[in-house]
Design a protein around this ligand. Structure first.
Ligand code: ACO
Length: 333
């Protein structure tokens, strides 16, 4: 049994936060943000809109496009670092209930911006082992809830949104997800973290009172490790699978920074039309960024059945991952 990437869906919040808006909030300029990151605007969820609300909406579309009935989904994984609730319940269980999926196996994955690739690898393993048949994977983030809008080093980067995909069992090897790499190195944990609010920080009442979940990042150091790690990882996954970069129809990187994407794309000698870019309009939506980007090319008609995608992600942990994924399209019964 193989695992096939059947369908994609996304939810894009309507509210737009532009670079001009940020110029009023912190000491920055549109020119600086554009030049250093490639970001022009990002989406912000409504005040009462949760990560699970957005994940549920993306999932509804992915399920509908998969041609499957909801009752056929037997596992739901949500990749997020901005869950509805700290610790419990998981955002995945809330989404499952909102979707009306009864008694489904549901859990969250915490791997920051690499979360969707981690979730994809878990889905693949469960399907190939025969334990599950149709796995719904979701990347959903309300990063605005954990962003410090007085910190110009981070608040210019992040946005909200959700993406979802249905991964299904198939006997057709042509449709099979070819390979997935995942890795981590906790010795770089301090580069990108939410230092407060967990058991690592809340040692007394004072700490607990101060606790906030705002992200802190050493941007420049993270940038350098990101370029090195991502490049090594995509080069090795292609080599191990004997695939040339010219065979990649869509390179779908995590949308953190245009300069990181460009550096990795250049290392693989990719043409511009192979590289999927949404960073300009959505910013960095962590675990949601890859499925939102795949949805973008799906809805614009660029993604066709059989197209080979190379996914590539990097994020807090540090974590990283890449995947070689043919787009299988709707199940033909
Ligand atoms: N506007 C204007 N100036 C700024 C801003 C801003 N928004 N932010 C920082 N600066 C200043 C700095 O203070 C610094 O000034 P100084 O030279 O006087 O000290 C100068 O700009 C350069 O700062 P750097 O941090 O060196 O800028 P850099 O070119 O590295 O860009 C950025 C910063 C955009 C954050 C970049 O480092 C980056 O994208 N890093 C990687 C982010 C990433 O990939 N994260 C992983 C995924 S995210 C996740 O997992 C949730």
């Amino acid at each position: 049994m193989y695992a096939a990437f059947r369908s994609i869906g996304a939810y894009i919040p309507t509210k737009i936060l532009t670079n001009a808006d940020l110029e009023v909030m912190v000491d920055t300029t549109d020119e600086w943000i554009t030049k250093r990151t490639g970001i022009k605007e990002r989406r912000i969820a409504a005040k009462d809109e949760t990560t699970s609300d957005m994940g549920m909406k993306a999932a509804e579309i992915a399920i509908q496009r998969s041609g499957l009935k909801k009752s056929q989904i037997d596992m739901l994984i949500c990749a997020t670092i901005s869950p509805d609730y700290f610790c419990m319940p998981s955002t995945a269980t809330i989404i499952a209930t909102k979707l009306g999926l009864e008694k489904v196996t549901a859990f969250d994955v915490s791997a920051a911006c690499t979360g969707f690739v981690y979730a994809l690898s878990i889905a693949k393993a469960f399907i190939e082992s025969g334990m599950k048949k149709n796995v719904l994977i979701i990347g959903a983030e309300k990063l605005s809830a954990i962003t410090d809008y007085t910190d110009r080093g981070t608040c210019i980067l992040f946005g909200d949104g959700a993406g979802a995909a249905v991964i299904s069992a198939t006997e057709d090897k042509k449709q099979a997800i070819i390979d997935i790499h995942t890795g981590s190195d906790g010795s770089f944990a301090d580069l990108l973290m939410t230092p407060n609010g967990g058991s690592g920080s809340a040692h007394d009442e004072l700490d607990r009172e101060k606790a906030s979940c705002f992200m802190k990042m050493k941007g420049n150091e993270t940038f350098k490790v990101a370029v090195r790690t991502l490049t090594n990882d995509v080069v090795s996954i292609l080599k191990e699978n004997n695939i040339q970069s010219s065979e990649i129809k869509h390179f779908v990187p995590h949308q953190a920074n245009y300069r990181i994407i460009k550096a990795v794309g250049d290392a693989l000698a990719l043409q511009d039309e192979q590289v999927v870019l949404t960073v300009e309009k959505y910013g960095n939506t962590s675990g949601a960024s890859i499925p939102m980007a795949i949805n973008d090319i799906y809805e614009s008609g660029r993604l066709q059945e059989g197209d080979l995608m190379l996914l590539d992600a990097f994020g807090g942990g540090l974590t990283w991952g890449s995947a070689l994924v043919p787009f299988a399209g709707i199940a033909h019964h």
